[in-house]
Design a protein around this ligand. Structure first.
Ligand code: FAD
Ligand code: AMP
Length: 475
């Protein structure tokens, strides 16, 4: 292993590993240092996303949705099943296999690209030097022309309800339950709280989600949020808004959660409690004194639009810097920095980062919400197309939700697209491309969409913005 590289990346999650691969593609010598250890002590690249976030959660969401649909929906298709039972151990084993394949894949990608993988802890020293501590405790110094910090994030803890790893758990713990909790409490109705609540509800838990804010999905378009809340409540996810948790204590095998709402203080008893109140940037022992790298008041590494820290040759990307904590945002920042280091043009368009919530129905959006457009004062028009009017959605028995498209009244530019319904996370890609190219609603109206597909709903929503929808009544 060399001691000196063109680029050292600290962190091998969705921000760090793509940065390392792109830097190597650009002909630079690269090492990627990562300290992640799985519960059995094995090291793995891929960070939170592959080991404890996006991938295992989507694996369980898929399995649990199949289980749920088998019970609630298959009979409508004329498929009768009896004696259906849950084998949670097998479900968890499948999830673990998918995680392993994904993380092993990074090792293969590193090998093919010529990235040197290093397991251990990296700490930035002044002068673009990095102190490496290997798992056996040995320390060495490496140096690089450029260092990319990609240390990610960690679950936020509620001081009055500390994690104990058994009854009060973070999102990683909630992905690893070995039995379906009879009563599950979730603090926080954000993306992670809703996805995890959905998994265990579908598998049979009684789920109560406590959310401090009065508004549901406050960051989303509120027409979409209202529709989502209606569906989730129909699924018997007991979502309590305006409910701020003040503490939780474990007594025997029961967690007693205290929360306050407009009516006063309440106690809720559950078997497991998931704390999903957000994530905080993770920079533990990452920066030696005097590196010059600054943290902001919330603990994020300070960077400019192009992820420069202000210290020559030191960059930071992903969850440890400002912006949405999303794997695709992390990846684009990593790739951008690797290209900038190589002297290529690169930028991230922060206005076109899609958000997806992988519940049923799925939720996805890009661009501005109607509330944001209204506040901007720009005249706008809205087109809505319900999946109820989509032949494909009806054939799939998934005709819930709608596509909502917002375009400027003056020049017809698409300002935002909001989807709740089947495969919303896939459908949003077309809207992202439209925004990336500053497309007008007319551009989408003139784009041919195959029939019968779910994507026709986006086409029809664009037509509806001008009251020219064919397959639904224009209002
Ligand atoms: P991380 O993935 O956290 O990776 C950072 C890596 O750096 C880790 O491996 C860590 O061990 C290592 N590290 C940190 N400090 C050091 C150091 N000093 N030395 C060496 N190594 C170090 N996002 C989506 O876009 N879609 C989803 O569907 C989605 N689902 C999620 C579900 C859950 C349950 C959770 C928790 C998150 C989810 N996310 C999702 C968010 C996503 O996981 C993060 O945005 C993403 O992982 C951020 O990537 P990152 O590389 O910045 O950080
Ligand atoms: P996100 O940041 O999207 O993961 O969502 C976390 C959610 O947790 C937010 O909607 C917060 O309002 C909510 N939250 C944070 N603290 C509490 C608390 N003490 N009680 C209930 N909800 C909380």
């Amino acid at each position: 292993m060399a001691d000196s590289y063109d680029v050292i990346v600290i962190g091998g999650g969705p921000a760090g590993y793509p940065a390392a691969i792109r830097a190597a593609q650009n002909g630079l010598s690269v090492a990627c240092i990562d300290e992640w250890k799985n519960r059995d002590g094995t090291p793995a690249f891929g960070g939170t996303c592959l080991n404890a976030g996006c991938i295992p959660s989507k694996a369980l969401l898929e399995s649990s949705e199949l289980f749920h649909r088998l019970h609630s929906e298959f009979a409508v298709h004329g498929i009768k099943a009896s004696g259906v039972t849950l084998d949670l151990a097998a479900m968890q084993k499948r999830k673990a296999g998918i995680v392993k394949k994904s993380t092993d894949g990074i090792n293969a990608l590193f090998k093919a690209a010529g990235v040197t993988p290093i397991h251990g802890h990296g700490r930035l020293l002044p002068g673009r030097r990095v102190e490496l501590t290997t798992p056996d405790g040995a320390k060495r110094e490496l140096s690089a022309k450029n260092v990319i910090l990609a240390s990610g994030s960690a679950p936020a803890e509620l001081r009055s309800a500390p994690f104990d790893g058994k009854h009060i758990v973070d999102s990683w713990g909630a992905l690893d339950f070995d039995a379906v909790p009879k009563r599950l409490g979730v603090i926080g109705a954000g993306v992670i709280g809703l996805e995890l609540g959905s998994v265990w509800r579908r598998l049979g838990s009684q789920v109560v989600i406590l959310e401090a804010l009065d508004d549901f999905l406050a960051m989303a378009d509120q027409q979409l949020a209202k529709e989502a809340l209606r569906h989730f409540r129909k699924q018997e996810l007991d979502i309590r808004l305006g409910a701020r948790v003040s503490g939780a204590v474990v007594s025997g095998d029961v967690v007693k959660v205290t929360y306050t709402d407009a009516k006063g203080e309440h106690t809720l008893e559950v078997d497991k409690l998931v704390v999903a109140i957000g994530r905080r940037p993770y920079t533990k022992d990452l920066l030696a004194p005097d590196t010059g790298v600054q943290l902001d008041e919330r603990g994020f590494i300070q960077v400019d639009e192009q992820c420069r820290t202000g210290v020559d040759g030191v960059w930071a990307v992903g969850d440890c810097v400002r912006g949405p904590m999303l794997a695709h945002k992390a990846k684009e920042e990593g790739v951008m920095v690797a290209d900038l280091i190589a002297g290529r043009f690169a930028e991230v368009n922060y206005k076109t980062i899609p958000s997806v919530i992988y519940t049923a129905p799925e939720i996805a959006w890009v661009g501005l919400t109607e509330e944001q457009v209204k506040a901007s004062g720009r005249p706008y028009k809205v087109g809505v197309f319900p999946f109820l009017a989509s032949g494909r959605a009806r054939a799939m028995e998934q005709a819930q939700g709608f596509v909502k498209l917002i375009a400027a009244q003056d020049d017809d530019e698409i300002l935002g697209v909001h989807i709740i319904g089947p495969m919303a996370g896939e459908l949003i890609a077309e809207a992202v491309l439209a925004l990336e190219y500053s497309a007008s609603s007319e551009d989408l109206q003139r784009t041919i969409h195959a029939h019968p597909t779910l994507s026709e709903a986006l086409h029809e929503a664009a037509l509806a913005a001008d009251k020219r929808a064919i397959d639904s009544i224009n209002r």
